[in-house]
Design a protein around this ligand. Structure first.
Ligand code: UD1
Length: 355
């Protein structure tokens, strides 16, 4: 069994690191080829993650970089095709819901190569999000769908995806968190920033619907108001930085993107987290940290049911309510969703080895 794993963005690395490790162990190191599309390319967005998570150096770097959705997808299609023709894998594994995921799935499908989708079956039911289309297309092109939560089965059934293609394996991002837990707990990322563990709000915002328009300055003003009550630290994604720039003093502590171990350390020690990211909704659920999601919907309702995640809506003025909302989030240890247990990648490797 020869596999090609396609990585494109920072969260792709987090989701695929355990899958690459488990399939290499189960099927042998020669079984898997790693392709990095280069959708994310800054050292802080890519290499640091590969190093910290122990992902071997990619065999192929496609260097697609930034651009419109069409440009990004087109470059992946054009540059991945000769790689797949030369490598002739039995299967291409694509994680998540980014533009690289969509393009890699389509490229493999057109060459008659089987596709497997890691983190399958999530739905926000909001087709204005590029990620939603990317998920739907990746799922429908896949011969094997590795489901990340029980509700994914309902979503896929409703779209007529045959049950025999589906395997409920769990969440590989949580595998990574579990594997790194000892290391990130030993870090003191909060103290290094002069923050008291348990006493600050961690914020991350990067989605176009929020940061590419006027809502971003509303959100920053609301965060400045929260900062009068409790410190706010905000590691800034490059897309957000482009809109914010470096000028103007703020009450919020703005830092450049940080390593994954430092981020997990900040997350685990936060009083609460404000985000529009999908992965952070999941990590906070596992860690039992209150999360406030600045979006109208979530493709991860399992995190809301777990009690840790509150969907605020795409309404920046609501950020100011967070200090008052925090005490209402139950302090009990969360019940981790089914199969978010650190063994999802192992299940994937077992399934692939059995084919
Ligand atoms: C992408 C995903 C999003 C995911 C996010 C994780 C799509 C449609 N979106 O969004 O779902 O949550 O990754 O981070 O695929 N940039 C840099 N350096 C980099 C990468 C990007 O400066 O290494 C800047 C560029 O100005 C670029 C912008 O960030 O134009 C956006 O990057 P892009 O990869 O297009 O989308 P993300 O916003 O990162």
């Amino acid at each position: 069994m020869r596999l090609v794993h396609v990585l494109g963005t920072r969260p792709n690395v987090v989701k695929m690191a355990p899958v690459i490790a488990a399939t290499r162990e189960r099927l042998g190191p020669q079984s898997s080829v790693i392709v990095h599309t280069g959708q994310h390319y800054d050292r802080a967005m890519s290499e640091i993650f590969l190093e910290e998570l122990g992902v071997p150096e990619p065999d192929h770097m496609l260097g697609v970089g930034s651009g419109t959705h069409a440009e990004q997808a087109a470059r992946v299609l054009e540059r991945l095709e000769p790689v797949l023709r030369a490598e002739r894998p039995d299967m291409v594994l694509v994680p998540g819901d980014v533009n690289s995921t969509l393009a890699a799935a389509l490229c493999a499908d057109r060459l008659g190569i089987a596709v497997a989708h890691v983190e399958s079956g999530l739905r926000s039911f909001d087709r204005t999000m590029p990620e939603e289309i990317n998920r739907v297309v990746a799922d429908h092109l896949s011969e094997l769908l590795f489901l990340h939560s029980a509700e994914a089965e309902d979503n896929l059934r409703a779209e007529g995806v045959p049950a025999e293609r589906q395997r409920f394996v769990g969440n590989t991002m949580i595998d990574t968190l579990v594997a790194l837990e000892r290391r990130f707990r030993a870090r003191e990322a909060a103290r290094e920033l002069g923050l008291e563990p348990g006493g600050y709000l961690l914020a991350t915002l990067h989605r176009p619907a929020l940061v590419d328009g006027p809502l971003l300055s509303e959100a920053m003003e609301a965060l400045d108001r929260v900062a009068a009550t409790m410190p706010v630290v905000f590691p800034v994604h490059p897309r957000t930085r482009k809109m914010l720039g470096y000028g103007r003093d703020r009450a919020v502590i703005l830092v450049d993107p940080i390593s994954y171990l430092d981020f997990l350390s900040l997350e685990a020690d936060a009083a609460g987290v404000l985000t529009d990211s999908g992965g952070i909704q999941e990590e906070t659920t596992y860690l039992g940290i209150p999360c406030f999601t600045l979006r109208d919907n979530t493709e991860r309702p399992v995190t809301v049911r777990a009690g840790t995640n509150t969907v605020l809506g795409l309404a920046p003025q609501r950020i100011a309510e967070i200090p008052d909302l925090l005490p209402a989030v139950p302090a009990k240890p969360p019940q981790a969703p089914q199969k978010w247990d650190g063994r999802a990648a192992q299940r994937i490797a077992d399934i692939l080895a059995g084919r």
